[in-house]
Design a protein. Structure first.
Length: 148
């Protein structure tokens, strides 16, 4: 399952759970403006980070989709600080959506997103990149954190 679909499925599951068993982050009617401002900032930051990463992949002329062959390691832009800034962007946006909907289920779902992507996607990606790029990827991996 592609990570964007995992992201969307977790948000939908959080919405459905909240519909069945409401679990607000803050009591309804309290702190609406700051919560929405924080939500908008996180959603914008998350999707902005993703867009920046896609631009760097296109600039490097390599596939952004994790199921397609990679032609080079991208180490510019956000990739200087994180090996997985796209997934970080999804997690930030997910926290923003949880705040926007005042939904603790969605917020907890972001932890699930990070765990699922780490175990089922990132570990496979790292093994693939290590096989394909050898020492170049090992050096990048030793100098750059997985998430932050």
């Amino acid at each position: 399952m592609p990570p964007p679909l995992v992201f969307a499925a977790i948000l939908v599951a959080g919405w459905a759970l909240d519909w069945l068993w409401p679990w607000p982050i803050v009591p309804p009617g309290r702190g609406f403006a700051p919560r929405i401002a924080g939500a908008a900032a996180l959603i914008g930051l998350g999707f902005g980070l993703i867009a920046c990463c896609v631009w760097h992949f296109k600039r490097a002329q390599t596939a952004v989709e994790p199921w397609r062959a990679t032609t080079r390691i991208v180490t510019q832009g956000p990739y200087r600080y994180s090996r997985n800034p796209i997934y970080l962007g999804f997690a930030l946006a997910g926290v923003g959506f949880a705040l926007a909907f005042n939904n603790l289920w969605m917020l907890a779902g972001q932890l699930c997103f990070v765990l699922v992507v780490s175990e089922l996607v990132i570990k496979r990606e790292e093994a693939y990149l290590a096989r394909k790029f050898g020492d170049a990827y090992s050096i990048y991996r030793s100098n750059t954190r997985r998430w932050l």
